[in-house]
Design a protein around this ligand. Structure first.
Ligand code: AHR
Length: 501
C-alpha cells in the first residue's frame, strides 16, 4: 500500500493545550483504595500511597486530573473525607453499590496529586446537592482564611489554599442512572447559577458543564443545546464522554470508531457555535472530552456483578485487561484529539489505575503497565506544541460506523521551543505494509531524532504482572532525506517518529 502525505510548517491547526493528556480517577472499585492508596503495602509511603504506582503515573507526565467522580460524585458529601481519619463516616456509595470509607478525601488526594506534579480538576455534586455545598467545597479548597470553611481546612493542617482552577459542574446529568438526574433546562439553570456563585469565590475559575453521557443518548445533541442555552456565558467547556469496544470482533470497524468520534466532536462544535450565535455571546466554549477509553471486555459481566452485590468495600470493578488492538485504537483516538485540538482543549483518559486503566496494581502485589499505557504516554510526552495539518493520500475502507476511513492514521505536532516535529502514525491495515513518503515543507533540514514502534503482537495479547511485552521498541526502516520522510510500516503497527527541525 502506497501512502503519500504532506506537512507544511505554516499549516497549523491550533496550539495544543497540555491538558489534552489529562486523566480521570474516581472513588470506585480499586482505583483509589488498593490502587493509588494502600497503607501496609511494601511500596507504601508515609501517607499510604503506593510508590510503584506513583512512579508509573509520573512517567506519563499528566498535566491535570479530574476527581472524585464520575457517577460517585452525584451523591458524595465531600465533608465526609476531611478531618481526623478515625472520625470519618463509612457511607454507602449508591453509584457503584459499594462502601466508601472516606479514608482518602480532598486533602489526601491533593498531597498525592502534588507529588506527581498534577493539577487537580474538581467535580462538585449537582446530583443530590446544589449551590450551597458546591460553594462550601470551593471555600474549603480555595479561600485563604478567616471564614468557617477555610479555617476548617487550616484546622485540618492545610494552611495554604489549593487554588484549584478547573471545576466540573456535576457528572453525566443527562443519564437516568445518575443520582439527581435532570432535564436539560433544569440542569442548565442549576449549572449557570452554580458557575456564577463559584466564580465569585474564585475569579477566573474555569467551569466545565456536562454534555451528554455519550453520542447514543436519546437526548443527544438536543441536551447540549438546551444546557448551553441556559449557561453559555458562564461556562468555559462542555464535556464529552465516550467509551469504545469491539464486541463484534471487527478490527477495522473498531478503528473506524475514531472517525465516528470526529463526527461527535464536530457536531458538538456545531451546537456550541449555534448557541453562541443565538445568544450573541462573545465568549468561547471549548470541548472537554473528560471521559474516554476502551471499555467492553468485561463490561456486561461487571454490570451483572455490581448490580446485585452486597455493598463491598473497594471491590474489583471494571478491571479491563487491555490488548494490543486496544493500544492501536487508543493511539488513533489520541491522533484524533490532536487533529481536533482547535476545539478539544482538555481530554481525560478514564480512568488511571485499576478501573478501565492503563495502570494495574494487585493488592499487596506488583503493579504493571497495560498495552494502552504506551500510546497515552508517547502522546503525552511528545504531542505538545502546535498541531499541524497533515494531508494524507491513503487507500481507504468502508465499515459499519464510517466510510472512507484511511488505512493510515496520522497526526503531527511541532514543538517550536524544543525544535522538534513528531509524527504519530498507525497503520490500520490488517495485512499490508504501508510504503510511506511524507514531504516536509518548511522543515527542509530535518533529521531523524527518534523512532519508536509497537508492532508484531497478536491483537489479543495483553500485559500482566511481570510481563510487559507489549511496549514500544526502537524502530528502524524510517529515514529522512532531502526534506522527505520515508519508510515501510508493518501492518497493524504504531509509530512515533520524532524529527529534529
Ligand atoms: O468511568 C466510569 C463511569 O463511566 C463514570 O463514573 C461515569 O461518569 C461514566 O458513566
Amino acid at each position: 500500500m502506497r501512502v503519500n502525505a504532506d506537512i507544511h510548517r505554516a499549516f497549523e491547526i491550533a496550539k495544543i493545550d497540555d491538558r489534552l493528556y489529562a486523566a480521570f480517577i474516581e472513588h470506585m472499585g480499586r482505583a483509589i483504595y488498593s490502587g493509588i492508596y494502600e497503607p501496609g503495602h511494601p511500596e507504601a509511603d508515609a501517607h499510604g500511597f503506593r510508590r510503584d504506582v506513583a512512579q508509573m503515573v509520573r512517567d506519563l507526565n499528566i498535566p491535570a486530573i479530574r476527581y472524585p467522580g464520575g457517577n460517585f460524585v452525584s451523591a458524595y458529601n465531600w465533608e465526609d473525607g476531611v478531618g481526623p481519619k478515625e472520625d470519618r463516616p463509612v457511607r454507602l456509595d449508591l453509584a457503584w453499590r459499594s462502601k466508601e470509607t472516606n479514608q482518602v478525601g480532598i486533602n489526601e488526594f491533593a498531597v498525592w496529586a502534588e507529588e506527581q506534579g498534577i493539577e487537580m480538576m474538581l467535580a462538585v455534586n449537582l446530583g443530590s446537592r446544589g449551590i450551597t455545598d458546591a460553594r462550601n467545597f470551593m471555600e474549603y479548597v480555595n479561600h485563604p482564611s478567616g471564614t468557617y470553611w477555610s479555617d476548617l481546612r487550616r484546622s485540618h493542617g492545610v494552611e495554604n489554599p489549593y487554588g484549584v482552577k478547573m471545576w466540573c459542574l456535576g457528572n453525566e446529568m443527562d443519564g437516568p442512572w445518575q443520582i439527581g438526574h435532570k432535564e436539560a433546562k433544569e440542569y442548565g439553570r442549576l449549572a449557570d447559577e452554580t458557575a456564577k456563585a463559584l466564580r465569585q469565590l474564585t475569579p477566573g475559575a474555569e467551569m466545565v458543564v456536562c454534555g451528554s453521557s455519550n453520542d447514543e443518548m436519546p437526548t443527544y445533541p438536543d441536551w447540549e443545546r438546551g444546557v448551553l442555552e441556559e449557561c453559555y456565558e458562564n461556562v468555559d467547556y462542555i464535556s464529552l464522554h465516550k467509551y469504545f469496544g469491539n464486541s463484534s470482533n471487527d478490527t477495522l470497524n473498531f478503528f473506524g470508531k475514531v472517525e465516528e468520534t470526529g463526527r461527535y466532536i464536530q457536531s458538538i462544535a456545531g451546537v456550541i457555535d449555534f448557541v453562541k450565535a443565538k445568544k450573541r455571546a462573545t465568549n468561547d466554549v471549548h470541548i472537554c472530552f473528560d471521559e474516554w477509553n476502551v471499555w467492553y471486555h468485561i463490561r456486561e459481566e461487571d454490570h451483572r456483578r455490581w448490580k446485585s452485590w452486597d455493598w463491598p468495600e473497594a471491590p474489583d470493578l471494571l478491571e479491563e485487561d487491555y490488548n494490543f488492538e486496544d493500544a492501536l485504537f487508543v493511539a488513533c483516538l489520541l491522533n484524533e484529539f490532536i487533529r481536533r485540538s482547535d476545539r478539544v482543549k482538555i481530554a481525560c483518559i478514564a480512568q488511571l489505575v485499576n478501573v478501565i486503566a492503563p495502570i494495574r496494581a494487585e493488592p499487596g502485589g506488583p503493579a504493571w503497565r497495560q498495552s494502552i499505557y504506551w500510546p497515552y504516554q508517547l502522546a503525552s510526552l511528545y504531542g505538545r506544541g502546535t498541531a499541524l495539518r497533515v494531508s494524507v493520500d491513503s487507500p481507504t475502507y468502508d465499515c459499519a460506523v464510517a466510510d472512507d476511513v484511511p488505512y493510515l492514521d496520522v497526526a503531527a505536532t511541532h514543538d517550536t521551543a524544543g525544535g522538534t516535529v513528531t509524527l504519530f502514525i498507525v497503520n490500520r491495515h490488517l495485512t499490508e505494509v504501508a510504503d510511506l513518503r511524507v514531504s516536509l515543507t518548511g522543515f527542509e533540514g530535518a533529521t531523524l531524532l527518534d523512532h519508536r514502534v509497537m508492532a508484531g503482537h497478536n491483537l489479543r495479547a495483553t500485559n500482566g504482572p511481570g510481563s510487559e511485552a507489549i511496549a514500544p521498541a526502537k524502530g528502524n526502516g524510517v529515514a529522512v532525506e532531502d526534506g522527505t520522510l520515508g519508510g515501510s510500516l508493518a501492518p497493524l503497527s504504531y509509530h512515533v517518529v520524532r524529527l529534529r527541525v
